[in-house]
Design a protein around this ligand. Structure first.
Ligand SMILES: Nc1ncnc2c1ncn2[C@@H]1O[C@H](COP(=O)(O)OP(=O)(O)O)[C@@H](O)[C@H]1O
Ligand SMILES: [Mg+2]
Length: 286
């Protein structure tokens, strides 16, 4: 279990994360949603050791992990992927998977995790593992493709694949669905569910696609303006007034309300009552 207590991250005077408290239960696929600028990626960066927190505490199974470096967290099985996929474009998909930790404390996660120093003696083992991962993700046919030629969604799958090359316990996925087509998003979703069920991975997933969140995540945590606004099941969250307001803004919400009232008046005899939830749903698909 990851517990985040009163976390603050300031950039200059600006509090990007402003007193966020939340828990991620072991074995869950926890969703993290919220409008752009809510502080979701910054929260991930603090948990994953990219940024030092200004205030607050992070624990993993009771152990204080606040301020640990990415490579230290990596060795505890805590990994993150990036909002924008990072791959070695000139290496093949399989070679990308075979980049393994060089285990040199002090290096950045990037160098440590994906350093170009492959460990020769393990090469056969790595090759086998990489092929298993490719099969699990149903992208064996892309094995020898240069990673730079992959679509955005395929790159996201490759990132997920990298977490499978090591003993990950908890994986933080930042906007897995951004720029990914529906079919591939389903493939990514299926892989996440299978990793969770079959391999015991815990996930925390930032995503804007509410269908995806609703299908995969329980619970869902909503952030706005640097703190946690609400937490609950996806259904519960989507009915939450404060959440709708955070997404649509008060002005828009009032406009929706005004139009509802207008509609209601127009159709009073027919009993038509379009709900705010419907409007929010339509907005989400745009
Ligand atoms: N390194 C940084 N320096 C200054 N401001 C930042 C930095 N990273 C993020 N911010 C600001 O913090 C706020 C939250 O950003 P972010 O965590 O990326 O939000 P989200 O991922 O929810 O869209 C934004 O206003 C953003 O501009
Ligand atoms: Mg972000």
């Amino acid at each position: 279990m990851i517990r985040v207590e009163n976390l603050v991250k300031s950039f200059g005077g600006f509090r990007a994360v402003d007193g966020a408290s939340l828990t991620i239960e072991t074995g869950s696929i926890t969703g993290l949603i919220g409008p752009n600028g809510a502080g979701k990626s910054t929260l991930f960066n603090v948990i994953a050791g990219v940024h030092e927190p200004t205030e607050g505490r992070v624990t993993m199974d009771g152990e204080d992990i606040t301020g640990l470096k990415p490579h230290e967290l990596f060795h505890k099985g805590l990994l993150r992927t990036f909002q924008i996929a990072h791959e070695f474009p000139s290496l093949t998909v399989r070679e990308n998977l075979m980049m393994v930790p060089a285990d040199q404390p002090g290096e950045t996660l990037w160098n440590t995790w994906f350093g170009r120093k492959t460990i020769r003696k393990n090469e056969a083992e790595l090759l086998k593992k990489a092929d298993e991962v490719l099969e699990f993700l149903t992208i064996s046919h892309l094995r020898d493709e240069k990673a730079g030629n992959l679509s955005g969604g395929q790159k996201k799958l490759l990132e997920l694949g990298r977490t499978m090359m090591v003993e990950a316990k908890i994986v933080f996925l930042d906007e897995v669905g951004a720029g990914v087509n529906r079919t591939l998003l389903n493939t990514i979703g299926d892989a996440i569910v299978r990793l969770n069920k079959e391999r015991g991975y815990t996930f925390c997933v930032i995503e804007h696609d509410m269908d995806f969140i609703g299908r995969l995540c329980d619970p869902v945590i909503v952030m706005a303006e640097g703190h946690v606004l609400a937490q609950g099941s996806a259904d519960h969250i989507m009915e939450n007034e404060a959440v709708i307001e955070a997404y649509l803004g008060t002005g828009l919400k009032n406009k929706v309300k005004a139009e509802e009232t207008k509609e209601k008046n127009l159709h009073e005899d027919h009993g038509a009552q379009p709900g705010l939830g419907d409007e929010a749903g339509k907005g989400g698909e745009a």
